[in-house]
Design a protein around this ligand. Structure first.
Ligand SMILES: [Zn+2]
Length: 88
C-alpha cells in the first residue's frame, strides 16, 4: 500500500454517482463528502446530476416525511435515472 499525502482521494464520475444518494442522506463521512463535493464542483455532468437528484429526492421525501426514504425507493430512483440515460 502506498500512502497518499492527500487527505481525500478524488472521485471519478462513477464513484461520485454511487455516493450521491448517501450524500443526500447525509450518511457520508466528512472526507468522502469533501471528495464528492470537490468532484461535483469541477464536473458539470455530475453537478447537473446531483442537482436533479437533490430536487427529485426532496420532492419525494416531502411526500413521505414520516418515513424518510426507504432503500427500495432509492433503487427505483436509480433505475428511473438509468432509463433516462442519466445513470449511464
Ligand atoms: Zn463527474
Amino acid at each position: 500500500m502506498t500512502q497518499s499525502s492527500e487527505p481525500v482521494r478524488p472521485l471519478d464520475c462513477d464513484g461520485a454517482f454511487q455516493r450521491l444518494f448517501d450524500f443526500l442522506d447525509k450518511e457520508l463521512d466528512a472526507a468522502t463528502e469533501q471528495a464528492l463535493l470537490a468532484h461535483v464542483q469541477h464536473c458539470k455532468s455530475c453537478f447537473d446530476r446531483a442537482e436533479f437528484e437533490r430536487r427529485f429526492k426532496a420532492a419525494v421525501c416531502a411526500s413521505r416525511k414520516a418515513q424518510g426514504c426507504p432503500e427500495e425507493l432509492r433503487s427505483r430512483v436509480m433505475q428511473a435515472l438509468s432509463a433516462e440515460g442519466l445513470g449511464r
